[in-house]
Design a protein around this ligand. Sequence first.
Ligand SMILES: *Cc1c(COP(=O)(O)O)cnc(C)c1O
Length: 360
Amino acid sequence: MSRIFNFSAGPSMLPVSVLEKAASEMLDYNNSGMSVMEMSHRSKVYDKIIKDTERKLREVMGIPDNYKVLFLQGGATLQFSMIPMNLMTKNRKADYIVSGSFSGKAYKEAQKYGEAHLAATSKADNFSHIPTQEELNLSPDADYLHICENNTIFGTTYNYLPETNGVPIVSDMSSCILSKPVDVEKYGVIYAGAQKNMGPAGLTVVIIREDLVGEPLDKTPVMMRFDEMVANDSMYNTPPTYAIYILGLVLDWVESMGGLTGMEAHNTKKAALLYDYLDQSKLFKTNVVKENRSLMNVTFMTGNEELDAKFVKESAERGFSNLKGHRSVGGMRASIYNAMPMEGVEALVAFMKEFEEKNA
Ligand SMILES: *Cc1c(COP(=O)(O)O)cnc(C)c1O
């Protein structure tokens, strides 16, 4: 077996133990005589898988009983539309903080359905920081405030949760869910595409406070109605059955790592190794302000495009994949999600030191 260190921003690494377990159950899941992929989603054996996955997610994240858990499709991107269609319905107004690319897309999409108000943006400094509470221009009558909690492309994350005076917070946690403990009660809605920290692409997890599952706008497609999805336990049609099963295995692994507290310790150690090196390097630097540095996506550059390209090329030859930064930022990005082992970051830093010695 030869596995490389994959720093992809998503889909990304999964824990080896999860892949091994899935492989061992591939042909015959739990004496059912079939793969999970081949099962009816309405069968007894599958019913247990989806219920167990929800139960484990509730345990791991500490999701209170007055929140619904939905297993949907369409990626986080479909939520950019689904959220306004279902929630921007009382005052037809919502606040958006634009702190990067995905929150910009969410803001743009919401404009189709009501008054999407820009509460703040850090575009002027190319998204190298998260707007602070003082920078926010919040609407008291907004139906919700939308934030993107971890900016996958720019490598920034919130170090506070906005004070909204009761306006529900809707958070895109695609690239940070399960990376550290979270106080679910502080949110109205949490959503995430699974392919960064939860499992394979094709599954989107939505955690929504019961009272926010209201009446959507007229002509909202049935597949995009939270009320229908809740009423049908995410089974209005066929859910992404295999991805839900893998999420269950990932949650077992998160528990074995000490739950979200253990995950946070593991992730903090990994990220610190990389940031500490960047802070003293004479060749590499990061543009992200210290207080908003992401634990999951570390962006860095040399300041010289040719040297960046050389680094990406040589790193790939040495078995580090996907270190090229997003085209909108340039430079490099190391996505070090939950499943990236400490050894992966250690090996990367060792390689960076070597590269610096040769090229500084
Ligand atoms: C990856 C990502 C998205 C897009 O997710 P899809 O599942 O591809 O739609 C949205 N928001 C954030 C923060 C992401 O990291």
